[in-house]
Design a protein around this ligand. Sequence first.
Ligand SMILES: *[C@@H]1O[C@H](CO)[C@@H](O)[C@H](O)[C@H]1NC(C)=O
Ligand SMILES: *[C@@H]1O[C@H](CO)[C@@H](O)[C@H](O)[C@H]1NC(C)=O
Ligand SMILES: *[C@@H]1O[C@H](CO)[C@@H](O)[C@H](O)[C@H]1NC(C)=O
Ligand SMILES: *[C@@H]1O[C@H](CO)[C@@H](O)[C@H](O)[C@H]1NC(C)=O
Ligand SMILES: *[C@@H]1O[C@H](CO)[C@@H](O)[C@H](O)[C@H]1NC(C)=O
Length: 531
Amino acid sequence: MTSIGRHFLAFILDVCRQTRIARAIMSILSPLLPTPTLNNHHIDRKQPRHVVNQVYDKSMEEFTAEVRALFGQPLDLDRLLEYSGKLREEYKEKLQSSSISMLPSYQHTLPTGFEKGDFLALDVGGSTFRVALIRLCGKKENGDSDMQIRRIRNVVIDEKIRGLQGEAFFDWMADRIADMLAEYNHINGTTNARLPMGLAWSFPVEQTSPRTGKLLAMGKGFCATHGCEGDDLSELIMRSCNKKGVNVEMRAIVNDASATLVSQAYRDPSARMSLILGTGMNASVYLPTTALARGKFGDRPQSWFDSAKHVLVNTELSMYGKNILPVTRWDEHLNATHRLPDFQPLEYLCTGRYLGEIVRLVLLEAISTAGLFNGQIPEHLTEPYSLDTRTIAAFESDKSPTLATASAGFLSAHHLSTPPRPSDWHFILILAQLVSRRAQAYLATSLHALWVLRTHEEGLQPNCTSSHVSIACNGTVAEKYPGFLSGCQKVLNELCEKSGAGTSDSTVKLEMSPESSIFGAAVAVCCLEDP
Ligand SMILES: *[C@@H]1O[C@H](CO)[C@@H](O)[C@H](O)[C@H]1NC(C)=O
Ligand SMILES: *[C@@H]1O[C@H](CO)[C@@H](O)[C@H](O)[C@H]1NC(C)=O
Ligand SMILES: *[C@@H]1O[C@H](CO)[C@@H](O)[C@H](O)[C@H]1NC(C)=O
Ligand SMILES: *[C@@H]1O[C@H](CO)[C@@H](O)[C@H](O)[C@H]1NC(C)=O
Ligand SMILES: *[C@@H]1O[C@H](CO)[C@@H](O)[C@H](O)[C@H]1NC(C)=O
């Protein structure tokens, strides 16, 4: 093309730049046109600065429509049912053989709600250690079970504590336990009765009995396993407690997903599943032992098999869904640049660590290809994982037409030198909704698949009352993300109805389970005691 021809074309396009047709032509011809810098320079001389626009591949309307389709289309109910069927096949396969998911615990009974007693509960998480004295009171006259926290201490686990090696870490724990007991003055009254203790351990452990397990690398900067990896966790804690003369006895070790289920089961006899949904995720389900291949149970005494009809299974649900749940190009990018690609596909779509990140990746593309924020990149937004899920959650809870609170929150973390247009903020809201709705739908689908599996394994009809279950929930996303749990519940209801459960809203019910780890550690102690 001649230089005159090029300039003529550029002129025509300048004139009708704001129209869709021009933009379409532009996107086809732009490789032939002078560079955008030259082009802008050319316009600069003729027009006031504020109407100068960079040339983008598409308009925000077009981009929004594309994003809506990519995130929304896979959520059609019939498609979700199809994914649920495939997920169930994947679960069944792993119930037969897998060393990393669908892992049976030693827990084979759930509480009745009549158990009574005082227990010491320990909850070791990534950033806090909690010690609590729990009293289980059994059933009240109205039939509700009662459990009380009589005393609780939260201790921050800081860098220094994380750095404690081997025995030093367990000595530190024993000191905190001793402090608690001294405060409660337990030792005075019952010197010869050892207080039964349960531990909720939010780290990997290879369980060897209901009350013992091999310590595995903890990650998250902890050095406690230094020199004692593979040692018995119970013994390590008890050795430190005995050294200090602390009168306790370790009776149960549970992971947080199991703890959540048993604690809810104490109050609600229909609790059969649990869901942890925070930065990460996990779920557990109570299944007949016949649902798992014998090889999955590893070495356990025959007596365990003789008494166990059911077993609490740690699903490691985060690992499912690869090549089943449709993803977008932004999810593909997230996976490809992840430290562990393909490791936890469902987690990459649903949890607190990733919701903000998916939104961030879409925003960066909207900025460069469709002129969001006038093409300016907000401060820090190019840094991976810099957009906190809380920042986008704020858009969903902000009911003001201008999104004033949410946008101020965004700007305080990601400064912009020129103020964005109201439509830019509105786009973030739409995007947050699309990303969180998809997470709710996929999560509901994977829970639905688990429910169908359990119903089949129990030999139940989906429309009978014994197929009704409640799912005990915990975690920051479940608790705090606006509308998350109710959105997930809505999809679950629709899916259950489609699979023959009838129109009852209570077929599968998501229930928040307050203080689930601490109560669960205590309840686990008493449902491990064989009657
Ligand atoms: C518990 O024992 C300590 C030390 O023997 C004593 O000082 C304290 O008064 C006792 N408390 C009660 C309530 O008996
Ligand atoms: C399951 O997922 C939860 C939530 O992220 C995590 O804390 C836990 O360590 C995982 N595994 C087990 C065995 O609990
Ligand atoms: C995830 O990323 C890895 C590494 O780039 C790639 O091999 C794999 O195919 C990706 N998975 C999917 C489902 O796209
Ligand atoms: C449940 O479904 C089965 C099979 O579809 C049907 O025969 C039965 O009558 C239903 N029961 C109830 C309580 O609706
Ligand atoms: C959820 O579990 C975590 C530990 O996994 C615990 O610290 C937290 O208190 C629980 N949240 C609720 C609302 O019970």
